[in-house]
Ligand binder design. Structure first.
Ligand code: GDP
Ligand code: CA
Length: 331
């Protein structure tokens, strides 16, 4: 019986997988409930507002309000407010916030300024969007990932730390960096409910999210990796790497920064087997990566090769069904 499923998610990859999972469960196991623990390491203050890119992508995707082409923000929103801010010479010209999306940030910031925690603010936002899953920030404590530049870029010098979103969006991850620094992480704790959601789950899923700056950040919050190692649930992961490439986005640049090869096998081995102190019981790779299966199994991680492209809701739901199947087959 799979009653409670907990997913540790970043933005696009985590959101699309979870949407497929909910679709699969609605037909196959309507009694199941899903908790999504979302990365907040991409959060930042911008234009006086608290922005939580991954929480919003998950909330909009599950709530039917995502701009599908972009994978973030809302459909059919204007950029008039952003253009006005730019006219004052303020803000980040390369990080546009649509007018409808800005309302979310205004409401969140208002709640935070009035003393709500990020968990509480997220709950209020989700009352409107009804995502069909419980969304928990990984932490209520501010954690912000920075990238240390290996070379000069515009006004920045080699060795400077820039916010992850600046490296990702402004520089498209093309400027080399020497490390990612999760500012605030060491002093942060899991948000209320996060450890219970992992320890009390019947199944934990690591969806195809960025292994470094999404899932890597979540499991680095003190207490979360311990909960994963200790849970009686099976922990199943889905590779975000297909045929040696990040499917969407620039996860390869993140992996090479931490010295991990961009391959489905290398990412699975990087998470490691729970039998030897790692995080995974099972790891799904794409059908084109079938050669990785024996390598992973030799390392104590059950593995199967199945189609992992999330083209639409049905193909994402099929991946979720495979995750449930391999969990059931993993003793
Ligand atoms: P972000 O926070 O918006 O970057 O999103 P995530 O961290 O949740 O996921 C980003 C990762 O999802 C990318 O780096 C890709 O490797 C992976 N990804 C995106 N689309 C797909 C897909 O269709 N299939 C698989 N297997 N992985 C995908
Ligand atoms: Ca993200």
């Amino acid at each position: 019986m799979i009653g409670n499923i907990t997913v540790l998610a970043g933005g696009i990859g985590g959101a699309r997988f979870t949407r497929g999972l909910l679709h699969h469960l609605s037909a196959a196991r309507p009694e199941a409930s899903v908790t999504v623990v979302v990365n907040t390491g991409d959060d930042m203050w911008l234009d006086g507002l608290r922005i939580c890119p991954d929480l919003d992508t998950v909330m909009y995707t599950l709530g039917g309000g995502i701009n599908e082409e972009q994978g973030w923000g809302r459909p059919e929103e204007s950029r008039r407010t952003s253009a006005e801010i730019a006219a004052y010479g303020r803000g980040w010209s390369w990080f546009t916030l649509g007018d409808l999306d800005l309302a979310t940030h205004i409401v969140r910031t208002d709640l935070l300024r009035n003393g709500s925690t990020l968990s509480e603010a997220t709950e209020v936002l989700c009352r409107r969007w009804q995502p069909g899953a419980r969304l928990l920030p990984m932490s209520d404590d501010p954690v912000e990932t920075y990238a240390r530049l290996a070379m000069d870029a515009d006004e920045h010098r080699a060795g400077d730390l820039i916010h992850f979103e600046e490296w990702w969006v402004r520089y498209r991850a093309a400027v080399p960096v020497t490390e990612f620094v999760p500012v605030g992480l060491a002093a942060a704790g899991p948000a209320p409910g996060v450890v219970d959601a992992v320890e009390g789950a019947d199944l934990v899923i690591l969806p195809p999210s960025n292994p470094v700056v999404s899932i890597g950040t979540i499991v680095a919050v003190p207490g979360i990796a311990e909960a994963l190692r200790g849970t009686s649930a099976r922990v199943v992961g889905v590779s975000p790497i297909i045929a040696g490439a990040a499917v969407r986005g620039m996860a390869d640049a993140c992996l090479s920064t931490i010295g991990v090869e961009t391959s489905a096998a290398a990412v699975g081995l990087h998470y490691g087997s729970r039998k030897s102190g790692g995080l995974l019981d099972a790891w799904l790779v794409d059908e084109t990566d079938a050669a990785a299966v024996p390598v992973l199994e030799a390392a104590g991680i059950r593995s199967a090769a199945v189609p992992l492209w999330m083209r639409d809701v049905p193909s994402s739901a099929a991946i979720a069904a495979e995750a449930l199947a391999i969990a059931a087959a993993t003793g």
